[in-house]
Design a protein around this ligand. Structure first.
Ligand SMILES: Cc1ncc(COP(=O)(O)O)c(C=O)c1O
Length: 479
């Protein structure tokens, strides 16, 4: 059987739904935790957006068409010729020494110095999030995350029955002042989070970057209060403007678990990421990984090692930076042209995403259904929260499709947004401002509801975020 380019066998079929009878039959067998497990919005969306006629600005996909097929063939040829039996074999849980040396080189490019022996190779950066939760969380334990947070971490936090407190972001990343207040409040109740999950560089989904001042504040808080930070840094090397900032890991090694991945600088298909953590934590992560998958793919690791041996790996990253910078600029221009004045969006200095905030009366989950009729997709904001917030926000990706599709996709989104604004205007008498007069939000702003200031002058009243982040209680399933 052949598998088509989009990975499907034959025509696209939707996942079969369970009948009530089947659910009853199997229901008693499921673990309690399955009641709070959540499907990943992005994974669900992927099925929809695989439709060839849909312009997908929903995925977080790097553009793998930029990797030369002949290089891939020649690297795999090298693996076959030099390491066939070993590539087809199990490997050590912590990963191949050669790949750990590659990791040390990649981290050094961001000024983070590690000994390869300290690295644990994982099955993508996603596995680090899973292993950290597995290692640190009992049901009901508190995790601090950003608001919004990486949508792919949401199902993981749910699976481990965490209580997640989301701290608002502004253009300088996580509001460390609000974090301090939240930690104080928890402390007063005798509670301490297990870890703080943060994406400091070119945040997914918000596109913002944690300022230097806040980096220092964050690691100081963690060290003072003995709380671990999970620093998730897949995008640090995809910088389109400005100077690099130090990783949290290089500022404070005792309380930082560092996570990154080859997904965005080489290929997500190799499914290889890594972590470096304080030694006692690392020992547990390693045991957790043994139980999960024994080791990450040897074939992928030999491929990565051959790739790093074949020439300067930075060249390909540089080429990606050039391509994505242009696409980001095209998307920013298209947003300014097509979104109404009532919208605000971030100006990422790197990474893959722009976060858009629409007026409160627009629900982006409903808007997606309408957008799909116009054959364009985005990620609705609720996917990035654990408490149903984010209803008027959405994430756009600019790396996965070419410039023409970005322009056309944003034009279509602009059309459905303006339709909603006009409808609201008809119902309330508030006139819509034509796109031609629209003024983008100040660079870096996340929009009114997140920053506490109006998204743009004349925007319908967006209440400022409450001073403290709410504690989000997931339903407890055990006493
Ligand atoms: C913030 C963040 N963490 C982790 C991941 C997972 O990446 P990987 O492909 O390495 O599993 C992603 C992927 O988009 C991401 O954006």
């Amino acid at each position: 059987m052949t598998i088509s380019e989009d990975g499907n066998r034959g025509p696209l079929r939707s996942r079969p739904r369970s009948t009530a009878r089947e659910l009853e039959r199997y229901g008693a067998l499921f673990a309690e935790r399955t009641k709070v497990m959540r499907s990943s919005a992005m994974r669900d969306l992927m099925a929809l957006t695989e439709r060839a006629d849909v312009i997908s600005l929903a995925g977080g996909l790097p553009d793998t068409t930029t990797f030369p097929a002949d290089s891939y063939a020649s690297l795999m040829g090298t693996v076959a010729a030099q390491s066939c039996a070993r590539a087809l074999q199990y490997g050590p849980t912590e990963g191949l020494a050669a790949v750990k040396r590659c990791v040390a080189a990649v981290m050094a490019a961001e000024g983070a110095i590690v000994d390869p022996g300290e690295v644990l190779i994982t099955t993508g950066g996603q596995q680090v999030i899973d292993l950290v939760c597995k290692t640190l969380l009992d049901p009901g334990d508190i995790v601090i995350a950003e608001a919004p947070t990486y949508p792919g971490a949401v199902p993981t936090f749910c699976s481990y029955e965490a209580e997640v407190i989301q701290i608002p972001l502004d253009r300088d990343g996580m509001r460390t002042d609000l974090l301090t207040e939240t930690l104080d409040r928890l402390d007063a109740h005798g509670r301490r989070p297990k870890f703080i999950y943060t994406i400091p560089n070119f945040h997914n989904p918000a596109g913002v970057t944690l300022s230097l001042e806040r980096r220092h504040a964050l690691v100081a808080l963690a060290a003072e209060r003995e709380i671990l930070i999970l620093e998730d840094n897949p995008y640090g090397l995809l910088r389109y403007e400005g100077d690099a900032l130090p990783t949290l890991f290089s500022l404070e090694r005792d309380f930082v678990i560092y996570a990154s991945t080859f997904s965005k600088i080489l290929s997500p298909g190799v499914r290889l990421g890594w972590t470096v953590a304080p030694a006692p934590v690392m020992a547990k992560l390693n045991i957790g990984k043994q139980a999960s998958d024994l080791c990450s793919s040897s074939i992928s690791q030999y491929f990565v090692s051959a790739y790093f041996d074949s020439g300067p790996w930075e060249d390909y990253v540089r080429s990606l930076v050039g391509i994505y910078r242009l696409r980001r600029d095209v998307m920013l221009d298209a947003l300014a042209e097509h979104l109404p004045r009532e919208a605000a969006w971030t100006h990422p200095r790197g990474g893959l995403f722009i976060w858009v905030t629409l007026p409160d009366y627009i629900d982006t989950t409903d808007l997606l259904a309408r957008a799909l009729e116009e054959r364009v997709a985005f990620v609705p904001g609720r996917a990035a929260y654990l408490d149903g917030r984010g209803g008027s926000e959405l994430r756009l990706n600019f790396s996965g499709v070419g410039e023409e599709e970005i322009r056309e996709g944003v034009r279509r989104i602009g059309e459905v947004v303006r339709e909603q604004v006009a409808l609201y205007g008809t119902l309330t008498g508030v006139p819509a401002v034509p796109a031609s007069q629209s003024a983008p939000a100040p660079a870096g702003s996340l929009g009114g509801r997140l920053t506490g200031s109006a998204a743009s002058p004349g925007a319908p009243g967006a209440p400022a975020e409450a001073a403290l982040a709410p504690v989000v209680s997931l339903r407890r399933t055990r006493a």
